[in-house]
Design a protein around this ligand. Structure first.
Ligand code: NAD
Length: 488
C-alpha cells in the first residue's frame, strides 16, 4: 500500500495558494472587502500565476495514483474528519462566508451545516458498491464492472455558495479517488482558504487538493490547456462555461457545467395564495436573489392576480434588509460592487421601460452594495428583464389566462434550471411536472433549496445535462471498467 504523508497546515497571512501540501504566496495579490462595509478589508489573497497552475497540476498528477489506491474507507474517514473539522469551526466559517459575499448570517450558518452534511453524505456514498456482477454466456467467465477514479479534476466555483458548491464538487471528487486543482471565485476567497485548511487538517495527503486563489480569466488557458486534466467541473455564468467547454473540446476531458437560470413560478387561482406569496418571496429574495435557482419570473392566473399581487407585495416589503451580521437580517447586500452595479443597471432598465413597481420603488441603490427587494409588472415578454438572469432581488410578475398560457410563457426561455407551481389541483401539478422544461421542479415550494442526496442540475442553457450531487456525482467523478475474467 502506498504511504501518504499529511501536509503541515500552518499558514502565514497572505499565503493562500495551497499546492503540493504547502501554503505559499504568489508574485501578485488582491484585496477583498466586506460588501456590507466596503471600507473594511477582509483579506489579502495570492493571485495565482500560470506557473502556479502548472505546479498545482504537477502536484495533483503526482498524488493521484496513491490516492486512488487508498482504500475507500480511509477516504471516507477523511471526509468524516473534515465534516467534524468544519463543525468545530462552524461559527468562524459562517462569519467568513458573510464577510466574503454578504449572505445573511443565519443563511451562512445553514450553508456551513449543509457543507458538513455534504461531506458526511459522500463519506456514506463510499460504502456503496463500486460495481456490478453479471451472468454471461460462458459459465467459466466472471463478468463485472468496477468504478475507478478519473485522475485530476479541475474544479471552478462561483461566489454565491462559497461553502456548499465547492464541497458538493470537491467531496465526491476526492472521495471517489481523484486529485483536485481548485479555482474558487475571488468573492469567495476567504471561505476557500478556510475549507482548504479544514480538509488539510483532516489529513488530506499532499497534492490531493490544490487551491489556486486568483483571477479566472487570467488562468483560463492554463487551467483548461493542461494535458494532465481529466475532468472539468464548473459552476458559474453561461458565457464562461461555454468558453471552458470549447477550450477542452478537442480532448477527451469529462465536462460538467452548471450555469445560470431564469426560474419561473406559476401561481394558479386555486392555490393557497398566502402560502404561495411566502414561498415566492423566499425563492426570489433570499440570498439577495443570488441563487442560480432563485425565482425570477412569476406567472399568476388572472382570477387570482389582484389578491396574489397584494399578498406578494406585503411579504416582500416585510423582509428585513440590512447588515448581514445582524441576527434579524433576512436579505444582506449584493456580493460585490461589481454585482451591485450589474443589478443597478437592471433597475435602471426597468425604470426606462416604464415597469410598474409592485414592491420596492425602483429607486437607484441608496448606498454601497445594497438593493431594495423589488417586484415589477408591466414588463414586455421580450424585455431583457424577462429573459436575462439578473442575479439580484428583482422579480418580474406577469398575469396569464390559464395553465396553458403559463406553461408556454414559463418554457419560453433559454434557461432550464428550476421551476415551480402553486396549486391544489393534483392533475394540474402533474401536468406541470411533465411539461415544464427544467431540471428541478417544485410543487407548492420555492424554486430553490436542495438536499445533497438528490441529483441537481438543469436543461437547455442551464447545464451540460450531467448532474451533480447524490448518486450522479459518482457517475461524473468515476469511469467504468468492464471486466471479463475467465478461470483456466
Ligand atoms: P462566473 O462565471 O463569473 O465565475 C465562476 C468562476 O469562474 C469563478 O471562479 C471565476 O473566477 C471563474 N472564471 C471567470 N472567468 C473565467 C475564465 N475565463 N476561465 C476560467 N475561469 C473563469 O460566475 P459567478 O459570477 O462567480 O457566479 C454567478 C453565476 O453562477 C450565475 O450565472 C449563476 O446562475 C451561476 N450559478 C449556477 C449554479 C448552478 O448550479 N446552475 C449555481 C450557482 C451559481
Amino acid at each position: 500500500m502506498p504511504t501518504l504523508e499529511s501536509p503541515a497546515t500552518h499558514r502565514p497571512q497572505g499565503d493562500t495558494l495551497f499546492v503540493a501540501g504547502g501554503w505559499r504566496a504568489a508574485a501578485r495579490s488582491y484585496e477583498r472587502v466586506d460588501p456590507s462595509r466596503p471600507e473594511r478589508a477582509t483579506g489579502t489573497f495570492a493571485a495565482a500565476t500560470v506557473a502556479d497552475v502548472d505546479a498545482a497540476y504537477a502536484a495533483a498528477a503526482a498524488a493521484a495514483p496513491a490516492w486512488a489506491a487508498t482504500p475507500a474507507p480511509a477516504r471516507a474517514e477523511l471526509l468524516r474528519r473534515a465534516a467534524e473539522g468544519l463543525g468545530a469551526r462552524s461559527e468562524e466559517a459562517a462569519r467568513r462566508l458573510t464577510a466574503d459575499m454578504g449572505k445573511a448570517i443565519g443563511d451562512a450558518r445553514a450553508e456551513v451545516r449543509r457543507g458538513a452534511a455534504i461531506l458526511r453524505y459522500f463519506a456514506g456514498e463510499l460504502e456503496q458498491p463500486i460495481g456490478e456482477t453479471y451472468a454471461g454466456a460462458d459459465p467459466a467467465t466472471a463478468l463485472s464492472t468496477i468504478e475507478q477514479p478519473l485522475g485530476v479534476a479541475c474544479v471552478i466555483t462561483p461566489w454565491n455558495f462559497p461553502v456548499a458548491i465547492p464541497l458538493w464538487k470537491i467531496a465526491p471528487a476526492i472521495g471517489f479517488g481523484n486529485a483536485v486543482v481548485w479555482k474558487p471565485a475571488e468573492a469567495a476567497s476567504g471561505s476557500a482558504v478556510l475549507l482548504t485548511e479544514v480538509l488539510a487538517e483532516a489529513g488530506l495527503p499532499a497534492g490531493v487538493l490544490n487551491l489556486l486563489t486568483g483571477h479566472g480569466s487570467e488562468l483560463s488557458a492554463a487551467l483548461t490547456g493542461d494535458r494532465r486534466l481529466a475532468a472539468l467541473t464548473f459552476t458559474g455564468s453561461g458565457a464562461v462555461g461555454t468558453r471552458l467547454r470549447q477550450a477542452v473540446a478537442d480532448r477527451n476531458v469529462k465536462v460538467q457545467l452548471e450555469l445560470g437560470g431564469k426560474n419561473p413560478a406559476i401561481v394558479l387561482a386555486d392555490a393557497d395564495l398566502a402560502d404561495a406569496a411566502v414561498q415566492v418571496t423566499r425563492g426570489a429574495m433570499l440570498a439577495t436573489g443570488q441563487r442560480c435557482t432563485a425565482t425570477s419570473r412569476v406567472y399568476v392566473e388572472r382570477a387570482a392576480a389582484d389578491e396574489f399581487t397584494r399578498l406578494l407585495a406585503d411579504q416582500v416589503e416585510r423582509l428585513v434588509v440590512g447588515d448581514p451580521f445582524d441576527e434579524e437580517t433576512e436579505v444582506g447586500p449584493l456580493a460585490s460592487a461589481e454585482q451591485a452595479a450589474t443589478v443597478a443597471e437592471y433597475f435602471a432598465l426597468a425604470r426606462a421601460e416604464g415597469a410598474r413597481a409592485i414592491a420596492g420603488d425602483l429607486a437607484p441603490a441608496a448606498e454601497g452594495c445594497f438593493a431594495v427587494p423589488t417586484v415589477v409588472a408591466d414588463v414586455a415578454a421580450d424585455s431583457r428583464l424577462a429573459r436575462e438572469e439578473i442575479f439580484g432581488p428583482l422579480l418580474v410578475l406577469f398575469v396569464v389566462d390559464d395553465l396553458d398560457a403559463a406553461l408556454r410563457a414559463a418554457n419560453d426561455t433559454d434557461f432550464g434550471l428550476s421551476s415551480g407551481i402553486f396549486t391544489r389541483d393534483l392533475g394540474k401539478a402533474m401536468r406541470f411536472v411533465g411539461e415544464t422544461q427544467s431540471g428541478l421542479v417544485y410543487v407548492n415550494r420555492e424554486t430553490a433549496g436542495v438536499e445533497p442526496h438528490l441529483p441537481f442540475g438543469g436543461v437547455k442553457g442551464s447545464s451540460s445535462l450531467s448532474r451533480e450531487q447524490g448518486k450522479a456525482a459518482r457517475q461524473f467523478f468515476t469511469t467504468t471498467k468492464t471486466v471479463y475474467m475467465r478461470s483456466v
